[in-house]
Write a protein of this length. Sequence first.
Length: 532
Amino acid sequence: MTVVILLVSLVILLCVLAEKFSDRFGMPALILFMFIGMLFGSDGVLKIPFEDFYLAENICSVALIFIMFYGGFNTKWKLAKEVAAKAVTLSTLGVAVTAGVTTVLCHFMLHFSMTESFLIGAVLSSTDAASVFSILRKKKLNLKDGTASILELESGSNDPVSYMLTVIGISLMGIGDSKNIILTIFMQIFFGIVAGIVFALVSTRLLLRTTLISEGLDTIFMIAMVLCCYGITSVLGGNSYLSVYLMGILIGNSRIKNKQMMIPFFDGVTGLAQILIFFLLGLLTFPHEMPRIFMTAFLIAAILTLAARPIAVFLLLLPFRCGVRQCLLISWAGLRGASSSVFAIMAVASGVLMSRSLFHIVFMVSLFSVAVQGTLLPQVAKRLSMVDENADVRKTFNDYQEESAFTLMRMYIPKGHNWENKCIRDVSMPTGALALMIKRKNETIITKGDTKILRGDSVILNVPSYEPNDAEELQEKQIEKSHPWCNKTIAELSLPADELIAMVIRGSETIIPDGRTEILENDVVVTYCSMM
């Protein structure tokens, strides 16, 4: 037992170091996790024999639960809802089209049987949230036209559909009941949605309206509810991954207490889950078998990257008037990874036998995808002129917080103001505030204690930033032409009693508004909302 504990700790330490040094190798850290697993595996240095696909399925399924839940929990719905129709279309119909095109091409080009082709297409039809999130955030890849939000919401929500297709593919291979496919699809969707909503409502109500959950046990309670949601959904025959993802979105965008404490906890759990999955993928792999299936995997990766994914993206996004460059970038960003490999493990564990190793094919395709597509994604985005230098991709996640510990504030001094004709040292500054400079017509004056404030001056103050507590929330709203607030004054808006427009950011100008302030296209409106 001691040896096992030491090996586990060594693996985790190596993966943590791999994460740190991945940029130096010029590749995503997830690939290094795979290589570490191969290093420990049967063909590696330590030669640990591990072929238990059933055990690997159980471990990876639990890990994928938390990846799915946190993918929803950390999605900022206020930004994602603007592109939700596009993302959900891709995560549902897009998965089906990708699987269909892959099925046809694998059958006619690579001579797999139709059922084998369908299973390959089903397993590889979803994009990988872990890979997409990792690259977008680590590379700080800020993309135009809401593309980052589309990719995040799509990759986080398309695993349930791929899982459902995989279950159907396994049944078509003669394992399980293949007579009631329509009923299976209905149960997967219905019970998955219902269970996710019910558990989200119960969880939020218990956290908000009762004192049953002791202070500090919120995260433990949430873990229990996530696992319970997954288990009950499975028992009912629903789509467990759909239920926990939906549960994550609803809870992550609710007003529960201590949400900002839960985010770093689940972020760490998800990081460990990713390490676990990709390490196990490498551990299960036999490198000596790779040459035999290398060309098959390479051709399937080419089919997905150059045919199936682009066909699905262009077919479904052009009607939404998405540009060609955006469609090309979304096509390239369709990375395969953890979820596809977990579904392949599930198929092998269920007893599926194929003419060529399904697991090794999927492993190689995922390796090609993360290594080539993932590594080149920043360069492709730049070549397509889809990088937005003025945006911050982190703002699309619920864990985003401003890094600055202070805020600059402009105070205009009109005639009769109680600071007029007084020296800086004689005025009563807000607690913790410091006068940095005075803007006087075209002149900038660095203030000292004896600097006199005159009528018409703008005093620039450095004030401590304010961190809202759990009963308060500051939100940013990007005003587009179609936004209901566009070209209206604040007095014309029907705001709730507990909501206030705190400021309007217009280009480089920050406006402290009043009722006569008109909100224009491209403004960023900052609202304050009390949750009491």
